[in-house]
Design a protein around this ligand. Structure first.
Ligand SMILES: Cc1cc2nc3c(=O)[nH]c(=O)nc-3n(C[C@H](O)[C@H](O)[C@H](O)COP(=O)(O)OP(=O)(O)OC[C@H]3O[C@@H](n4cnc5c(N)ncnc54)[C@H](O)[C@@H]3O)c2cc1C
Length: 376
């Protein structure tokens, strides 16, 4: 029998239970705001994103999660090795940062830790529920309809934390501005017999994009190929054969992988850099990748989600208490500024690779017109 949540009223409903959604909900609940969090997946579903920087430590400490994080047996990440711009492998070590190592995550445990902490802080968490419809009533309150027509809740404020496919507030003319059409194609591989796991991430650029790989606590190697959606389709990288044949043409990535794809399938996700044209509105705000999504090259998405979640919670609390829109506007300005800073870095990083003059993938990144996004 379905449970009916009709007539459940909250100050805030957060849609999306990724790092940004959980962080926003948790920080709001800590400030005494009544919050519901709605997440469409039932259990942890093997989300993408397995490596985090050492600089995540203060965020986890601030959320009161550092001790539990340390108990969850994530693997340390000692740094990055990268063949980018030429075929020599360069190494950046994390050990010299003030926070020590980075981490290769057991992503299911990490996500469970976040959700548990939100529940403990008093957030009402609804999993396995998709938000189907958002309707703004004349009173200004939101009516939120979940999977079934009898499952509704209402809120004074909605936070969109649905990730990088969010189209924003449907009641206004919000658009998603994309810089590219990057996708990540993930395969998980078993390790070659007798091979030692090294705890560095490896990034390697090739003519049609770049490869990324890291060992995870399960003992497997996670390998991504990042390319543009049209190139992947035209050149066959979406099939196991095409992806594996691309892998065999790498210099370094192939050396750490076996030829056996665990589970025998690839997982594909958009990884485009993008930003909403409107990040806040009356009683509405976007957070995390829903507001602006970075290229996974930065390996900062999870940390950015936690950080933005806290900023969003502060802005929303002040807005709800004072009724002044300026708190939301300031939040939007901050998000836009960090997205512009990110785009400057994005351009610099991709321009370091000049080996393939005839490659569509690199040409698009060397000559992409970011003036609107940067100057807006
Ligand atoms: C291929 C790839 C590899 C990456 N690797 C890394 C990495 O190594 N390190 C790193 O830090 N970052 C990485 N990232 C980025 C990182 O995954 C994201 O930046 C981060 O997850 C963003 O968090 P979020 O909470 O904003 O969104 P998400 O994590 O995308 O969470 C959004 C949530 O909303 C839910 N949802 C969506 N629609 C609805 C709906 N209608 N109703 C209810 N729920 C809904 C989804 O189920 C999802 O759980 C990677 C990204 C990609 C694409």
């Amino acid at each position: 029998m379905k449970t009916s949540y009709s007539d459940v009223n909250f100050d805030v409903v957060v849609i999306g239970g990724g790092p940004a959604g959980v962080s926003s909900a948790l920080q709001l609940a800590k400030r005494g705001v009544s919050v519901a969090l709605v997440e469409r997946s039932l259990e942890q579903e093997g989300r993408m994103g397995e490596t985090i920087h050492p600089t995540i430590k203060p965020y986890l400490q601030n959320m009161g999660l550092w001790e539990r994080f340390c108990l969850d047996q994530h693997l340390p990440s000692y740094g990055n090795r990268s063949a980018w711009g030429d075929c020599l492998l360069k190494e950046t070590q994390f050990i010299f940062t003030p926070y020590g190592t980075g981490w290769h995550l057991n992503r299911d445990k990490f996500d469970m830790m976040l959700t548990d902490s939100a529940k403990q802080a008093g957030v009402r968490v609804f999993t396995g529920r998709i938000v189907r419809l958002l309707h703004k009533c004349s009173s200004g309150r939101w009516l939120i309809q979940l999977n079934g027509e009898y499952e509704t809740m209402s809120a004074r404020m909605v936070i969109d934390a649905t990730g990088r496919t969010s189209k924003g507030d449907s009641s206004s003319r919000t658009q998603r501005m994309r810089v590219d059409n990057l996708i990540g194609i993930r395969g998980i591989m078993s390790i070659k017999p007798g091979m030692l796991r090294d705890l560095y991430t490896l990034t390697e650029s090739v003519e049609d994009g770049w490869w990324y790989s890291a060992f995870v606590p399960s003992g497997q190697l996670v390998i991504y190929f990042f390319t543009d959606a049209d190139i992947a389709k035209d050149k066959g990288y979406l099939s196991i054969e095409g992806w594996t044949s691309g892998l065999q043409k790498t210099l370094y990535t192939k050396l750490r992988s076996s030829f056996c794809l665990t589970g025998g399938k690839l997982k594909i996700r958009t990884a485009a850099s993008s930003c909403l044209t409107k990040i806040v509105d009356e009683n509405w705000l976007a957070v995390g990748d829903a507001a602006c999504a970075f290229d996974p090259l930065s390996s900062f998405g999870i940390q950015k989600g936690l950080n933005m979640g806290e900023k969003a919670a502060l802005a929303v609390t002040d807005y709800l208490q004072s009724g002044s829109f300026s708190f939301l506007q300031k939040y939007e300005n901050d998000v836009r500024r960090s997205y512009r800073d990110y785009l400057v870095q994005w351009t610099k990083y991709y321009s370091m690779e000049q080996r393939w003059g005839n490659s569509k993938f690199w040409e698009r990144r060397h000559y992409s017109d970011l003036s609107n996004e940067i100057l807006d």
